[in-house]
Design a protein around this ligand. Sequence first.
Ligand code: ATP
Length: 575
Amino acid sequence: MLLFSDVAKVFDEIEKLSGRLEMTDILAELFKKTDAKEIDKLVYIMQGIVAPPYSGIDLGIGERFAVDAVASASGYSVSQVDAEYRKSGDLGDTTEKLLEKRKQTALFTSNMNVRYVYDAVMKISKSSGQGSQEQKIKYLTELLNNATPLEGRYIIRFVLGSLRLGVGDPTILDAISVAHKGDKSLREELERAYNVCADMGLVARLFYEDPKNIEKFKVQPFKPLMPALAERLSTPEQIIEKIGKCGVEMKYDGLRLQCHKKDGKVEIYSRKLEKMTRMFPDVVEAIMKLKPNEIIFEGEALAYDKKNKRYFSFQQTMHRRRKHGINEASKEFPMNVFVFDLLYIDGKDLTNVPYKERRAVIKKLFKGKGILKPSESKLISKSEKLEEMFLKSTEKGLEGIMAKDLNAPYTAGKRKFAWIKLKKSYGKSVDTIDGVIVGYYRGHGSRTEFEFGGLLLAVQNSDTGRLETIAKIGSGFTEDEMMKLRETLDKIKTKNPPTILDYKLEADFWVEPKYVIEVAFDDITISSIHTCAAKDGKGYALRFPRMVALRDDKGIRDITTSEEVDEMHNLQHPR
Ligand code: ATP
């Protein structure tokens, strides 16, 4: 049985590192001591979750309640805990310090194992209803009573959802491979399994039970797949050169839905793989009527504006759904789902079947099925024809086109040239990136009253898992948005910068890296104050960045990577 105190020691060691190789080795050693009954729990803890996103189980304990529990376990008053917390800026550190003072550390040892800690946190997360907050505080206090100060630091950070070890999913997968084989050769297979079920705890457990389970791992209904992602190119010629004759589809600016059905039950997942079934009763009804008993497909949902005879954008669609209530909105602004991929049907995993075959089934299955329709698509082998289709899409008010490699499998969780996007602004100047807000600034002049002077934005280095700054954004917000942003960010202010952030530019206020925004810009330039893909002290920065929208459909895992920024820079400035 793996002791949680050993895990806490490893976390403490890892936190001080930034090199991925060392992290992998230290983790691999820990994984060697872990058995099949506890590996899933350890993996979830490291990911900072209790269960995959689609399970709907959130950690769900507020900071105030955690402070109460720390107070009871340490014997200090709530105001003493608060005062200490204000000083340190991290409730985990405060917990450690106060538990240290209370307990004769030298004498106190803990014997909690990983399963015990995980199960207790699960119990905390699951308790709901009347009196549940008191229950949560009680369980958490009990847990802290049994914990050493160092364990206390990580238990509190875990329940608050701010473990921030800086260990990304790729590092965990590498470490599992190294633990079992001494090298990273199993990583690809493990990653494929993870990409088709989005549940790393499950993959790790099945692998520990029997490595063969991973070889035969299959897509299954109600285990959403990580979405396949598109690469970008800037001209029709480049696309044809890259993939030759291809399937060119309209690119709809809606909401990506992954729809699952089995035995009369339907679930719909968002791009972040959260359950959205209840938001789309109209779509559920249409899926129920499909002939296959089991099916998984993906499509882009857009509401139709009957009055103006055009589609609403993603932002407008969501706004309508919230404002008018779901059932009303379904009638007033009927939803259309443009089906663009098919991943599974009646026991058959289609992810390795070439796109052209998947597409043929989509065309047969979704023709004339009301609100579910195949995305508009054409086989194209000449760049002039591709250009024509692109112009047609922009005339219709759509975003551009998606060109698809006819022979490619479904590349779950990966950005590959199986799909290539060509958007309205490509080739000229602007594109957008999605970054996470890591800090914000005080206002100057007329903005002082809102105390809001802009945002500090970061992207993620997919190799190291670290966040790297790319822009300070001062425009694109209305006054109303500024007020709301300040209010929202105030709630997640932290004293110290995120531990996983590499930065040179200081923010006036640091925040938990949580909110993702889409940002437009004119160009990507080289800068000595930003750390994105930095080499020799120089990174990338966005020129004239402006906020386009808050992307609540995306989480920190979905933001643009530093490598993509590098590619975008090379597209704009061909060498
Ligand atoms: P990404 O999803 O690549 O991280 P993003 O959310 O900013 O980036 P885009 O880069 O504009 O979106 O394009 C990819 C998205 O386009 C897909 O995630 C999907 O939601 C949407 N989409 C619209 N039409 C299609 C289509 N025909 N085929 C595939 N995806 C489509």
